[in-house]
Write a protein that binds this ligand. Sequence first.
Ligand SMILES: Cc1ncc(COP(=O)(O)O)c(C=O)c1O
Length: 468
Amino acid sequence: MWFQLDRSSKKTLTQQVYEQFMQYILEGNVKVDEKLPSTRELATSLGVSRNIILEVYDQLVAEGYLVVRPRSGTFVAPGSLFQKNNENPQMKSSELLMTNNQNFIDFKAATPAMDHFPRKVWGRLAKDVCYESPDYLFGYQPSCGLLELREEISRYILRTRGVISDPKQVIITSGATQALSLITDLLIKQNKLVAIEDPMTDEMRTIFSYAGAELCPIPVDDKGINTDCLSQEKPPAFIFVLPSHQFPTGVTLTIQRRIQLIEYARQHNCYIVEDDYDSEFTYEGTPVHSVQGLDPDKVIYVGTFSKILSPGLRIGYVVLPMDLLEPFEKLKWFSDRHHSTLEQMILTKFMKEGHFDRHIRKMKRIYRKRREALVNSLKAHFPDCEILGHSAGMHLVAELKGVNVSKLMNWTQNHGVLIYPVGHYSLATNHYAHQLVLGYGSLSVENIEEGVRRIKKAVKSYQEGITS
Ligand SMILES: Cc1ncc(COP(=O)(O)O)c(C=O)c1O
């Protein structure tokens, strides 16, 4: 049992322990009739005086949450489990902790630096678009999106990612999420099997399972998705891959595996869906080109502005082989008609006037500094730590030898830091007991350094805990 106490808070320590203890009981984290630690034990583990715990226990007994049984101890009273109606069932305990305590340092991956959104330029362009656009643009438009924006994107992905497309093949979507959801609807009508990388983010995985797909997890090794594990007997409708910077492992798919993947798709008449979510930020070597460029008829390429600009904009795109264009546009139309035309106009201007390239260059410098701070802090505090998958993106993997990172989470939360074990993203394999995925995109250099210091302290407590 642990509670996060903030000694700089206006609330007294007694109040903080009382409120969190009560919440702990109401949420059912302790069972009815479960014996609670003695006041002395709890005071020692929280690092507060015993009087504080005595006072809290007395209060909770008076309110009926706890009962004292003479000569046995203090127990949770029957009937004290209660789920509040207004609680968001989707909210994970880590998110609850975050909202309860802003002092947590959260290494959640795939979160960009929202504090660097180009508000001034975007605001100016929004005003121009609103004043200058002809009236017809305020009405319904085709579901595929504005041609001008699709032209800009088509040029940009050819130049930077080697994606081959006619602008007509580029469809504007509400983020990569909508693109993937509609692709699944379209492709699993006859065959419900979808091959996915294992490990992969549960947020992406559930897009497919919610759409009714049956998932076939394919292990990822140091060369990317293991193509030898793809079924010859039961091929999937499509294979979903993150070839430039796998999530969470950070691995880049080798050219040999890319070729094998395409040969498999050709042989079994299925598609490859390539999610290219953060390859703009490559720090070492030149960015690897897309798989789509190797076979535009077999690869569906999905891109997003969520990492470069902001997830709140909800703008992404999909580059489709010609034969899928018409059915996809229909699905998109019946799903939400089309993406906001005004937002598309603003983004078009943002790209045309060169702000987009400038913004990427600026963000790359910022993320490079944050990445350096994380790598240096990890090396300083954990000299044996192996750092993997850090050549691109906004996250890396740290292997802490001898530390079970799932168990470590109990201690890190106590030290005010949120970490994410790679193993939590894995469906079938069990290879990641010592690996953590650490996102640094939204953390300042100071927070990164402090966060690693806190992880170090947590590891110390963890090691003391398992040896005592
Ligand atoms: C692997 C991956 N691709 C793409 C995205 C972006 O999704 P969207 O464009 O819907 O914001 C995310 C978001 O976290 C992601 O984890």
